[in-house]
Design a protein around this ligand. Structure first.
Ligand SMILES: CC(=O)N[C@H]1[C@@H](OP(=O)(O)OP(=O)(O)OC[C@H]2O[C@@H](n3ccc(=O)[nH]c3=O)[C@H](O)[C@@H]2O)O[C@H](CO)[C@@H](O)[C@@H]1O[C@H](C)C(=O)N[C@@H](C)C(=O)N[C@H](CCC(=O)O)C(=O)O
Ligand SMILES: Nc1ncnc2c1ncn2[C@@H]1O[C@H](COP(=O)(O)OP(=O)(O)OP(=O)(O)O)[C@@H](O)[C@H]1O
Ligand SMILES: N[C@H](CCC[C@H](N)C(=O)O)C(=O)O
Ligand SMILES: [Mg+2]
Length: 559
């Protein structure tokens, strides 16, 4: 288990009676004759149960907490209620099954509602006094590019003078403090506590990644976003969402007017048409794409190995445009932007970040300045420099679209061969495996298929599924080598690389472990790649380029 989420030092005290009133107001409990929310008098003097915090995890219970015993896919939280009570839980929230299981077994009061997970989010928001409304909160969703866009948005907010918070896959930041992230979007109780801590520490604006799991599981219910960004949608997580339509609908809920004040939506046709569909249904949405028609687009684009420059064209006064209104008009904005992240797709990420910042009221110049100051995102197109005469990158591409996008981009950056190392995670969307395998084999000159967090699955079977895509796509299987051990696969890729080539190690990015059968072994692609390069250099020069197959350049669109 990762360290428990931080809690506010001075949470407001709430009573069980007030909690009942809240739940009655939400329609989750029948109205009671007891005092409603806000009853007068200090709780302690009324002999009341006083609540100081809330958690969904028995292992994180602190004295005075409400423990939310949620039904899960593997267990029922009620199984852990005794442990929670022993740790000091003052009361338990659960469903009917949980209440039945706990009847007569617990001293602490038990409240049963039909959807405790949904109620938990509202309770946490109320218990910590609606912290998300006390700062400017920006949300980022989409299949690919959330972390990158969130880093760009955060940089823009800082350049505009905000003290910022950041929540996402790579890390959690509260001002200058950095914490590790267990997942992309925390559970609601942890999330609300984090925002309360941010408010206590003077954070004025926060950016968060919002996963589809979070939206489907009510983790962000109760939050009020000043603005929300949709990057793109393509296949992923079909182990969790039954269809792409369900996946899309989960993402779309972030853009409901009651939840987000402004919506900024990527409509790049190269990323499919989900963004356009979303924009068509969100009143007043602002769109962005590399080229018009879109509210924000890029011109004078110059892409290089280290980053890009472009002029962002956008509507003037978009922050003032409300739902259903048209833009006040006049000449549009022309903002010079430098993005220090390689790849054309990062131009699109920068454009979305800029559009969101401006829509949320950040001056365009400050937003662009901040975007230009970001020199990298851990594990995303991250260069590894170990003295080699070729480009070596670690990237987090772990969807078919990301693999295609990244390999297309890197193809445009080098003259030589493109060599990729890639695996697919276990206990995740199986349908994406052959598609990722096919994309890698089609777009690279050489592909090494290897392990990526097999989790509870048989790694060999995952690799069979990846390789099946190569055959189905009709791509030459000769380009593909399967090496289960990831360090060995990286070393084999490096052994092939020569001057002018590129080696891309994809899928694990910033991760620092390889998870198999419940055990996480330390593993970092950046370290493994640097070590492999160092040993290859120590062993002697690479094979001369002349004897190798010619680059498959020109196949990729170069997004
Ligand atoms: C599929 C999914 O999202 N599952 C989430 C769900 O798990 P679950 O319903 O299976 O819960 P469970 O394991 O059966 O446990 C039931 C309840 O008992 C509680 N419990 C369990 C053990 C214990 O000792 N004490 C205790 O209180 C649990 O906190 C839980 O509330 O509820 C749990 C907490 O309530 C989450 O931790 C868990 O996330 C799991 C770990 C997970 O891997 N989620 C991933 C898929 C995820 O959320 N990913 C997204 C997207 C990533 C991206 O695209 O970037 C993310 O936001 O990270
Ligand atoms: N705009 C984009 N379009 C397509 N692919 C992208 C885009 N931005 C990033 N990628 C690819 O997706 C990978 C993951 O990027 P990033 O971490 O920013 O996305 P994410 O949505 O946060 O992913 P996750 O859901 O796993 O947290 C990158 O390493 C890159 O390969
Ligand atoms: N947020 C993604 C990350 C996947 C990264 C990849 N390394 C894997 O383990 O599949 C997920 O949980 O599906
Ligand atoms: Mg992310």
């Amino acid at each position: 288990m990762t360290p428990p989420a931080p809690r506010p030092a001075h949470p407001p005290a709430r009573t069980l009676t007030e909690l009942r009133g809240l739940l009655a107001g939400l329609g989750s409990l029948p109205p009671t004759a007891e005092p409603a929310v806000g009853a007068a008098g200090p709780p302690a003097t009324r002999g009341e149960v006083v609540l100081r915090g809330v958690t969904h995890d028995s292992r994180a219970v602190r004295p005075g907490d409400l423990y939310a015993a949620l039904p899960g896919a593997h267990a029922h939280g009620a199984d852990f209620a005794t442990a929670a009570a022993a740790a000091g839980a003052a009361a338990v929230l659960t469903d009917a099954a949980g209440a039945a299981a706990l009847a007569g077994r617990l001293d602490a009061p038990v409240l049963a509602t039909t959807n405790p997970r949904r109620d938990l989010a509202q309770i946490a928001d109320w218990l910590y006094d609606q912290p998300s409304r006390k700062l400017t909160l920006l949300g980022v969703t989409g299949t690919n590019g959330k972390t990158t866009s969130a880093f760009l948005v955060d940089a823009g907010l800082r350049a505009a003078g905000h003290r910022t918070g950041l929540l996402g896959t790579v890390e959690t930041r509260i001002g200058d403090e950095r914490l590790s992230s267990a997942r992309t979007t925390p559970e609601s109780a942890d999330l609300q506590a984090l925002f309360a801590v941010m408010v206590e520490r003077g954070v004025t604006a926060a950016t968060m990644e919002v996963s589809s799991h979070a939206l489907a599981q009510h983790r962000v219910d109760g939050l009020r976003f000043a603005g929300a960004l949709f990057t793109n949608l393509s296949q992923d997580h079909l182990d969790y969402h039954p269809t792409m339509r369900d996946y899309f609908e989960a993402k779309a809920t972030l853009f409901e007017p009651a939840r987000s004040a402004v919506s900024v939506i990527g409509v790049d046709p190269a990323s499919g048409d989900w963004g356009r569909r979303l924009a068509d249904r969100v009143p007043g949405a602002l769109t962005f794409a590399p080229a018009p028609p879109a509210d924000w687009w890029a011109e004078d684009l110059v892409v290089s190995e280290r980053g890009s420059t472009f002029t962002a064209r956008g509507p003037r006064g978009s922050a003032q445009v409300g739902a259903g209104e048209t833009d006040p008009g006049g000449p549009g904005l022309a903002v010079p932007v430098r993005v220090g992240l390689p790849g054309r797709f990062n131009v699109v990420n920068a454009l979305g970040a800029l559009a969101l910042l401006v829509a949320a009221g950040v001056p365009a110049e400050a937003a662009a300045e901040g975007i230009g100051e970001l020199t990298g995102v851990p594990g995303r197109m991250e260069r590894v420099e170990a003295g080699q005469p070729y480009l070596a990158l670690v990237d987090y591409a772990h969807t078919p679209d990301a693999v295609e996008t990244v390999l297309g981009s890197v193809r445009g950056l080098v003259e030589g061969r493109l060599i990729v190392v890639l695996g697919c995670g276990g206990d995740r969307d199986r349908a994406k495996r052959p598609l990722m395998g096919a994309a890698a084999a089609r777009l690279a000159d050489l592909a090494f298929f290897t392990n990526d967090n097999p989790r509870s699955e048989d790694p060999a079977e995952i690799l069979v599924q990846m390789t099946a895509g190569v055959a189905r796509a009709g791509t030459s299987a000769a380009k593909v080598t399967v090496i289960q051990d990831r360090a060995e696969a990286i070393a084999a890729a490096v052994a092939e690389a020569g001057p002018g080539d590129a080696v891309v190690v994809a899928g694990k990015g910033h991760e620092r472990g390889q998870e198999q059968d419940g055990v996480v072994t330390a593993f970092d692609d950046r370290e493994a790649l640097a070590a492999a390069i160092a040993s290859a250099l120590a062993a002697g020069p690479a094979a001369p380029a002349g004897g190798r197959p010619s680059p498959a350049g020109g196949q990729a669109a170069g997004r």
